[in-house]
Design a protein around this ligand. Structure first.
Ligand SMILES: Nc1nc2c(ncn2[C@@H]2O[C@H](COP(=O)(O)OP(=O)(O)OP(=O)(O)O)[C@@H](O)[C@H]2O)c(=O)[nH]1
Length: 348
C-alpha cells in the first residue's frame, strides 16, 4: 500500500484568522430603506409602523441590524428599515438606521447610579398622571418628573385624577407658577365615563405625549378612555397598600382615534433617577431666570437657596411692585424646589 502524499490541500488555511469574512468599515447604503416609527419594544423585537401616515402604512416586526451596534432603540424612535416589510405573520424586517432624535426622555436607575436609560424618543410632552387620593399624591415624585421632562426638552402636563375623592386646588396652585399646565379628571360613582376627558384631549392634539404615573393612579383608565381600542388592563387598588396591581406590561405608542396625536403609555416607569440632569438644562426651562443667571451669577453658582451671591435673590428684590416681587419669588422658589428634587431621593 502506497502512502498518500501530504500536500498543501491537506492544510486547512484560514485567510483571516480573526473571522470568516473580510472586515470592512464601509456600511451598506440601504438606498431602498423605508422610514418607520417604533411603537413598541419587546426583548429585541421591535414593532414598527412602516411609512406612517401614508396609504401604504404597515405594521411590521423587525430586529436591529448588527451595524447599529449597541445603540438602544426605544419607543418613539424614527428609524429606517429594510428586508421583509410585508408585515405577514412570521416576517422579520431589519432596522438599519436611526434618525436623529428631537427629544429624549431619560432616567438614571437611581441618583447615585450614573447609567443612563433612554425611555422614549421624540415626544413633545410628559403627562404626569397623579391621583388626588387613593393613592395619595406625592409632590416630590411630580417634581422629579417635571425635571426629567424639562431636561428632555419636553413640556410637562399634570393630570390630576380622582377629583371625585379630593380637591385639586392646592396642587394646581403649586404647579402653575412653574409652567406646568394642569388638567383635572374624575369619575362619578356608577358612571363609566371619565369627566374632564375633553380637556385632556385638547392638550394631546397633534402631539406625542408620554404618560407616566404610579400604579393605581388611574392611568390605564385614562388611556382606555382616550384610545378605546387600547385595552390597557386596569387593576384594582389594594386597600392595604394603596397600590394597584401591575397589570400592564411594556411601553407602547398608541395613536389617538382621529389620527391627531400619539400617547405613549409607560407602565414600567414609576420614578426618575436624575443623576444625568445638569443644573443648566433645568434652568434653561425657566427662560426668565436663565437670562438673569447667565448674565449676573458668579461662575460656578449652584443657584440653590444657600448659594452665595446668587443673582436670582437680587432679581426677586428688584421687582417693580409687590405683585411682581411675589411672582418672581414663586418662580425662583419653584425652580429651587426642582433643583432639590434633582438632588434628593424620591420620598413619599
Ligand atoms: N374614584 C375614582 N377612581 C378611579 C378614577 N380613575 C380610576 N379609578 C380607579 O382606580 C383604580 C386604578 O385604576 P387604573 O386605571 O388601573 O390605574 P393604573 O394607574 O393604570 O394602575 P396600573 O394598572 O397598576 O398601572 C381602578 O379601580 C379604577 O377604577 C377616578 O377618577 N375616580
Amino acid at each position: 500500500m502506497t502512502r498518500r502524499r501530504y500536500d498543501e490541500s491537506d492544510v486547512r488555511s484560514r485567510p483571516n484568522p480573526r473571522g470568516s469574512r473580510p472586515r470592512t468599515k464601509q456600511r451598506p447604503e440601504h438606498a431602498e430603506a423605508q422610514p418607520a416609527l417604533i411603537t413598541q419594544v419587546d426583548r429585541g423585537r421591535y414593532t414598527l409602523l412602516v411609512l406612517p401616515e401614508t396609504p401604504q402604512e404597515q405594521v411590521v416586526v423587525a430586529m436591529k441590524a448588527r451595524e447599529l451596534g449597541r445603540e438602544r432603540l426605544v419607543c418613539g424612535d424614527r428609524v429606517e428599515v429594510v428586508g421583509d416589510t410585508t408585515g405577514r405573520p412570521g416576517s422579520l424586517a431589519r432596522i438599519v438606521r436611526l434618525t436623529e432624535r428631537r427629544t429624549l426622555l431619560r432616567r438614571t436607575a437611581d441618583d447615585t447610579d450614573p447609567v443612563e436609560r433612554v425611555i422614549v424618543a421624540n415626544a413633545d410632552q410628559l403627562v404626569i398622571v397623579t391621583a388626588l387620593a387613593d393613592p395619595e399624591p406625592r409632590t416630590r415624585m411630580i417634581d422629579r418628573c417635571v425635571v426629567a421632562a424639562y431636561d428632555a426638552g419636553m413640556s410637562a402636563l399634570l393630570c390630576l385624577t380622582k377629583a371625585d375623592l379630593a380637591d385639586p386646588a392646592e396642587l394646581v396652585a403649586m404647579y402653575q407658577p412653574i409652567g406646568v399646565e394642569v388638567v383635572v379628571t374624575s369619575r362619578t360613582e356608577g358612571a363609566g365615563a371619565v369627566l374632564g376627558l375633553d380637556e385632556v384631549r385638547s392638550h394631546l392634539v397633534g402631539r406625542t405625549s408620554v404618560l407616566v404615573g404610579h400604579s393605581g393612579v388611574g392611568k390605564s383608565t385614562l388611556v382606555n378612555a382616550l384610545v378605546p381600542r387600547a385595552d390597557r388592563a386596569t387593576g384594582v387598588v389594594n386597600l392595604v397598600t394603596g397600590r394597584g396591581r401591575h397589570t400592564s406590561s411594556s411601553a407602547v405608542a398608541l395613536r389617538l382615534p382621529a389620527h391627531d396625536g400619539w400617547v405613549i403609555d409607560t407602565p414600567g416607569v414609576r420614578s426618575f433617577g436624575l443623576a444625568h440632569v445638569q443644573v443648566d438644562s433645568l434652568l434653561a426651562a425657566f427662560g426668565d431666570l436663565a437670562e438673569v443667571a447667565t448674565r449676573e451669577c458668579p461662575r460656578g453658582c449652584t443657584h440653590a437657596a444657600d448659594a452665595p451671591d446668587c443673582a436670582l435673590d437680587a432679581w426677586v428684590l428688584q421687582g417693580e411692585d409687590p405683585t411682581t416681587t411675589a411672582a418672581r419669588e414663586a418662580r425662583v422658589d419653584s425652580m429651587r424646589r426642582l433643583l432639590t428634587a434633582r438632588n434628593g431621593a424620591d420620598t413619599p
